[in-house]
Every structure is written in C-alpha cells, then in structure tokens.
Design a binder for this molecule. Structure first.
Ligand SMILES: Nc1ncnc2c1ncn2[C@@H]1O[C@H](COP(=O)(O)OP(=O)(O)OP(=O)(O)O)[C@@H](O)[C@H]1O
Ligand SMILES: [Mg+2]
Length: 309
C-alpha cells in the first residue's frame, strides 16, 4: 500500500487554446518524499501544480492523485491536499486566526477543534502574536507563512507549494525553509515549485528540471549535478576581453568551457588545477572564483540559459 505513488502522471498535457503549457510529462511522487519542479518563468510549473491540486483538469494524459482520478473525484482529493498557490489568496476581511478557522470549517472541522488547530499552526509558523490582527499589515513573508499554515489546516497527505519563497528577503526565506524542513522531517510529502536552485537543493529529495513545458532532467540534486556538471566550477572575469574571445585559448583547461556575457565558466574536477592551467596559458583574469557546482550549472548545461537572470 505505502508503495503506491501519491502522485502519478503519465504523458500529462495542459493546453490553453493552441498553446501547450505542459507538454507530456511523467511524474511520480512517493509517500514522504519531498519533490520539486525547478524551472524558469513560463516553464509550466504552475500549470502542472494546478492540475495536481485539482483546480484545473488535464487536457490529455493520465493523472492519479492518492490513487484517484481528478476528473471524477476532485472533491475527495482536494480534501486531502494542502495547497499554497503562487499568489497568496488570504481573506483580508478576516483576522489572521479566522483565516485558518474559517478554512477549517470548509473541511467540516468543528469550531472548537478548528480553534485549537489554528493556535497550534500559528505557533508553528511563528504568527501566534499576530493571531487577532488583520492580514493586510503582515509582511510578505508572514503572509506566505499564513498561507502555508492554512494549507496544513486539514492535516493533508500532500502539501503543494507553488514558489513558496519568491519575492521574500533572505531572512524570511530561511525562516520558511526551516519550517518546511521540519515538515519534511516529520514525513510530510511536499511538492514544490521553485526557480531558486538553492531552494531546490535545500528542500528536494528529488526534482525535475522543466523547460518549455517539458521535463529535461530528473534526479536528486546531487545526482543531477554529478550527471550534468563537474564537481567544481571556476568563474573567470576579464577586464577588457570578451569571455567568448578568451574561451578559444582555454580549450582543454577544463572538461567544458562556457562563455557567458559577463564571465567565463570552466568546468573541472579540480578547480585549483584549472586555475593553474589558466595562468600557465598566460591569461590574466581580473577575478577568479572557484566554487562547487550547483543546479544552476545543470540548468545552464541542459538549456544553454541561466535560470534566474
Ligand atoms: N490560463 C492560461 N491561459 C493561457 N495561457 C496560460 C494560462 N496559464 C498559463 N499560461 C501559459 O502557460 C505557460 C506556462 O505558465 P505557468 O504559469 O505554468 O509557468 P510557470 O513555470 O509557473 O512560470 P512562473 O515561474 O513565471 O510562475 C506560460 O507561457 C503562460 O503564459
Ligand atoms: Mg508559476
């Protein structure tokens, strides 16, 4: 039983008119897994999430959530999902606490239990001191945390988070990551979208990289980096010379050379050895940075573009 995937999609397609937003993707999410969709703007992440959330029906393909068909059992599925949409849709006429208790009532949770659940969740997302206040004056990060708390009201089997931390400052993001990490540790199944590679690396056991409605790669952050990149990357900047012009002089200095508009990337197992080779060839970069490979490098390699500009 527990081996059945909670989410199972085969050849999933979403079209809007003659535009194909999701172009035949296969996805399978197991219980307890933390699964991510990583991709740039317009990749089809939200369109996919909306189908999984049962608020938008697939145009074609097969989709099963918790073993059920969204077209026939949407209501039953939705009762067992926690959904945090890309844009917060909190009720500004209600207090912070009422946003949770009212939502709980939709799921048939009794008044007293809803109240207790709300207190517990507000504690969890560190908003207990704002419980009686209005939603509007909350910061972006606080609103996001309230939306996540609301998604947990019905004690869902899967929590779906569409860009949980987009637009938040680093401190607010780290607080949210920490809360999500706790959920993950408790064994909650998380499905999230992001265009932040560091978020995907921190939170996802497994992820798919999406681009133009398709999945271009799939694996754990570590396995993706191993497959599509090298352990280290050297970033070189040059004063006057264009990276593309310098690239020719560096053939063989690393496993791969990638000239970007503002810098040149040398992919190598040993970054320091690659730097030594750069100097041996008489090049004098104005700055040199040796770093570990990231999912950004994976994305660049797969698509030829950077993830976040
Ligand atoms: N209701 C709609 N009608 C028409 N086109 C749509 C609709 N929803 C999405 N699209 C288009 O589908 C494509 C994928 O959109 P989607 O919102 O799924 O991307 P995304 O990966 O979530 O992007 P972002 O990172 O910007 O949130 C885009 O080109 C978008 O314009
Ligand atoms: Mg989106």
């Amino acid at each position: 039983m527990s081996q059945l995937p909670l989410i199972h999609a085969r050849g999933l397609v979403k079209r809007f008119g003659d535009f194909t937003a999701v172009d035949g993707i296969d996805v399978s999410v197991a219980p307890g897994e933390s699964f991510g969709f990583l991709g740039p703007n317009g990749a089809g992440k939200s369109s996919t999430m909306r189908m999984i959330s049962c608020v938008s029906l697939p145009t074609a393909g097969e989709l099963r959530i918790l073993g059920m068909d969204p077209a026939r059992e949407g209501t039953r599925i939705r009762a067992r999902l926690g959904v945090c949409p890309q844009l917060d849709n909190l009720d500004f006429d209600l207090s912070v606490r009422e946003n949770l208790t009212t939502y709980a009532r939709y799921f048939g949770i009794g008044r007293r239990q809803a109240r207790a659940r709300a207190e517990e969740l507000l504690e969890f997302v560190q908003l207990a001191d704002r419980a009686g206040g209005k939603v509007e004056p909350l910061s972006g990060g606080m609103k996001r945390r309230l939306t996540i708390a609301r998604a947990m009201v019905n004690d869902p089997d899967i929590i779906l988070l569409d860009e949980p931390t987009t637009g938040l400052d680093p401190q607010a993001r780290h607080l949210l990551w920490e809360r999500l990490f706790q959920l993950k540790r408790r064994g909650t199944t998380l499905v999230l979208t992001t265009h932040y590679m560091d978020e995907a690396e921190q939170l996802c056991d497994r992820l798919v990289v999406m681009d133009g409605g398709r999945i271009v790669a799939e694996g754990s952050p570590r396995s993706l980096i191993q497959t599509y990149s090298t352990p280290e990357v050297v970033e070189l900047r040059f004063g006057d010379e264009r990276p593309a012009d310098v690239a020719g002089k560096l053939a063989g200095a690393g496993e791969r050379i990638d000239p970007l508009p503002d810098r040149l990337l040398v992919y190598a197992a040993d970054g320091d050895a690659a730097v030594a080779e750069v100097h041996r060839r008489g090049l004098t970069p104005s700055s040199v940075l040796v770093r570990r490979s990231t999912l950004e490098d994976v994305f660049l390699h797969l698509t030829g573009r950077t993830l976040v500009d």
